[in-house]
Design a protein around this ligand. Structure first.
Ligand SMILES: CC(C)(COP(=O)(O)OP(=O)(O)OC[C@H]1O[C@@H](n2cnc3c(N)ncnc32)[C@H](O)[C@@H]1OP(=O)(O)O)[C@@H](O)C(=O)NCCC(=O)NCCS
Length: 193
């Protein structure tokens, strides 16, 4: 996966501004979705530490023990055009914690297409965070001229096609233990069910 070499635009936030927007989860918890900033390297590192072995493998396809400083730099220094990342943060008694992150990286060969990855820390999974993150990411993608998301996932990872189906018409192609998932983003992703 590579990115095009267009210079970064002056924007730094989601469609809602640099502080993002607040959403309420099914269980009533409040979560803030906002664009990732360079200063988030520590937040992302702490989030990685809270991922179980299975989640790490499902995300990175290798049993990663930690993220290196250069990986964290790459993951937190996004240009908001070819590479966008949205983080979900929870503020609890003054402590701000990252509970999930979703990103897209635009394909160099097909600029209307981008590869997606989404991760939610284990104790926050199955509460709707992944779905909210992907919806916010899809909104940003459409605004940046991306109309198709792709993702490679382990075939056992049935959450990925479910998440994609909420964004538009989805296709899956199995290749051994993995599945390639593609979704055509509706022009108005906010209107998706
Ligand atoms: C995949 C992942 C991001 C989902 O995040 P989440 O916050 O748990 O997802 P949500 O609660 O928004 O659920 C979204 C959908 O996925 C389904 N889902 C979530 N976890 C699931 C699981 N472990 N097994 C089956 N379905 C699952 C939910 O039922 C829901 O489906 P529905 O809308 O049809 O009811 C999260 O499990 C994760 O971080 N996994 C490890 C990393 C990973 O696999 N990343 C994907 C690689 S790109």
């Amino acid at each position: 996966m590579t990115t095009t070499s267009r210079p970064p635009p002056p924007t730094t936030g989601t469609a809602d501004g640099p502080d993002g927007r607040e959403e309420v989860l099914r269980g009533g918890e409040r979560v803030r979705l906002r664009a990732v900033r360079p200063a988030d390297a520590g937040l992302l590192a702490r989030g990685f530490d809270r991922l179980g072995a299975e989640s790490r493998f499902r995300r990175f396809f290798t049993p990663l023990r930690s993220l290196s400083p250069s990986q964290l730099d790459l993951l937190s220094r996004v240009d908001h055009h070819d590479h966008e990342a949205i983080v979900a943060v929870i503020a609890d008694r003054g402590v701000v914690d990252g509970v999930g992150v979703a990103r897209f990286v635009r394909s160099r060969r097909r600029p209307g297409e981008a590869e997606v990855a989404v991760t939610v820390v284990d104790e926050w999974q199955r509460r709707g965070v992944g779905g909210l993150l992907l919806r916010a990411l899809a909104e940003r993608a459409v605004a940046e001229g991306v109309h198709r998301f792709t993702a490679d996932a382990l075939a056992v990872n049935t959450a990925v096609p479910r998440l994609f189906r909420a964004l538009g018409p989805t296709a899956t192609e199995r290749a051994g233990s993995q599945v390639a998932v593609t979704v055509e983003l509706s022009a108005d992703v906010t209107a998706c069910p």
